[in-house]
Design a protein. Structure first.
Length: 174
């Protein structure tokens, strides 16, 4: 890949990569930093990225590895210093054009689903997000996460099962 092709990737996949970073971090400032770091790392690895293949999955893989490294550093520092984590609620614009009541119901359902997905262990949450939000295939997810396809399928199955159980309980209460 050359610099021009990287610029094309940024133009074509930039919004998707940013949305992924935002979902992964759950914080706008962290997402901004991860997004920037992802493309800086991509600049360093220009020769390794094959533009003809799937550069988006390669960029998602870079973002995941950078985020995991940062979380490990944070966990280590937290053990040493005992710092606190700050979370902010992410607002996603549905833009459906429905009535205000339908939009309110849809926002509440989206919030419940996001909360259920956020409650999953990361080994289930990331494949679910990549499969449903980024619409990546099992094969692409296995390459990005560097694990066998069978493991990805198993994690998707277990995540769906956990989400179904969680959402049945939550939605039955409402």
């Amino acid at each position: 890949m050359n610099l021009l092709q990287l610029e094309q990737c940024i133009a074509e996949y930039g919004k998707d990569i940013y949305a992924f970073c935002r979902h992964l971090t759950g914080d706008k400032a962290e997402a901004d930093e991860l997004y920037q770091d992802t493309f800086l790392k991509a600049m360093e690895m220009l020769g390794m990225i094959e533009y003809e293949r799937n550069p988006k999955s390669f960029l998602v893989g870079i973002a995941i590895r950078l985020w995991n490294n940062k979380r490990r550093k944070y966990a280590w520092r937290k053990r040493i210093t005992g710092t606190e984590e700050v979370h902010e609620e992410i607002e996603w614009d549905t833009g459906t054009g429905n009535s205000p009541e339908e939009e309110a119901i849809q926002k509440e359902l989206n919030r419940i689903v996001r909360k259920a997905v956020a409650g999953l262990d990361e080994k289930y949450r990331i494949p679910i997000y990549l499969f449903y939000t980024e619409q990546m295939t099992v094969e692409e997810i296995s390459k990005v996460l560097k694990m066998p396809q069978g493991t990805v399928k198993t994690r998707l199955f277990k995540a769906r099962k956990l989400l179904k159980k969680e959402l049945e309980v939550v939605l039955d209460e409402n």
